[in-house]
Design a protein around this ligand. Sequence first.
Ligand code: ADP
Length: 447
Amino acid sequence: MFQKVLIANRGEIALRVLRACKELGIQTVVVHSTADSDAMHVRLADESVCVGPPPSRESYLNIHQIVAACEITGADAVHPGYGFLSENAKFADILAAHNITFIGPSGDHIRIMGDKIEAKRTAKRLGIPVVPGSDGAISDEKEAKRVAAEIGYPVIIKASAGGGGRGMKVARSEADLEVALQTARSEAGAAFGDDAVYIEKFLEKPRHIELQVFGDGAGRGVHFGERDCSLQRRHQKVWEEANSPALNSEERARIGGICAKAIADLGYSGAGTIEFLYENGEFYFIEMNTRLQVEHPVTEAITGIDLVHEQIRVASGGGLSVRQEDIKFNGHAIECRINAEDPRTFTPSPGTITHFHTPGGLGVRVDSGVYSGYRIPPYYDSLIGKLIVHGRNRVECMMRLRRALDEFVVDGIKTTLPLFRDLVGNPDIANGDYDIHWLEKYLAEDD
Ligand code: ADP
């Protein structure tokens, strides 16, 4: 087991990882920018190192400073959290070259999954169902037309280097194709410095369903069931649940089995999430994230397994603590992402939190790094906390969520809490009847 882990992140996820380390008796080092000197993760860690000024590029993304912080403090492993350097293959390689363990998969696996064309090709080879489309990058309009005619309209043009929903364009007929191709290509070139694009069938009303997987790096793979993250705004997840209201246990076992086997065959190590669009009973792979996800607590709630403990165990060579048959799904869990944003326009609302009171009671978990009197710096993501509620079934979970939301107080800034108070009372949400476009339509109707 590791002696000392450096946490290369901030906010609620830094605290989340810190808690797991403390439970495992591992010393903790956190890094922080000058804007985060009074952050909770800095206060609670055994040691802290300031790695730079507020902009992420100069602090939380500053590989040289972070490696230096490891050397100064004698940390033998780094947990990257999510975002920042968590999917940076170069960072994983540099740590390996310094004999510091990256708590995550190999640089090569990060690289494969970071290139969407390569990821899709790999998924297909491993027997994971993918969206019908071009085999690789599209070279010209002629090829785009041929592929689109084969798979049928509407189609979507996507950037190979894509992320955050950028560089994607839909073409509903051949007449739209030329413009869609050109726009997607130039957006991709501008955003990612790589204008390779590919084409796939556009699904009209899918759900976003993702499988939590784990590999032990020695040929064993397991799945921890799915999360339904269909409630999104601008491709950003807002509300996540486990299990999905749309799947039954046979479908879960089928897709879970496919994913676990793929992870085993890949020789993957650590936590990963295989994301699918799900429509008319079929799964279509869209991407794999090679890290812990923001929404991992809903999986922890229904399985009772600490996923960060598992990440640390696997990275230290101790293997997974569970076999597939030990992983049981109990009840239902929902997570709401509390952002420092206007609940309707989603404009960021940084500032000082004058009063912060979190709900409690059976089945309620709040992961947050903020406190009364905390000033939210304007430089980073607007997520200030996550409310995760668990019940024996979805009805009980929704009842508990409603009262937990009523208890939650965040004064001094705007937050997304009022949006969730509206959503718990909505009949479609109560029935679990929504797809990936539901939330945007709901917000547009409300204006
Ligand atoms: P990114 O990495 O940029 O987030 P993804 O491939 O994960 O890109 O897709 C982001 C979102 O775009 C999906 O959650 C879905 O809403 C939409 N999308 C992607 N591919 C398709 C498709 N083939 N049909 C319909 N919607 C899609």
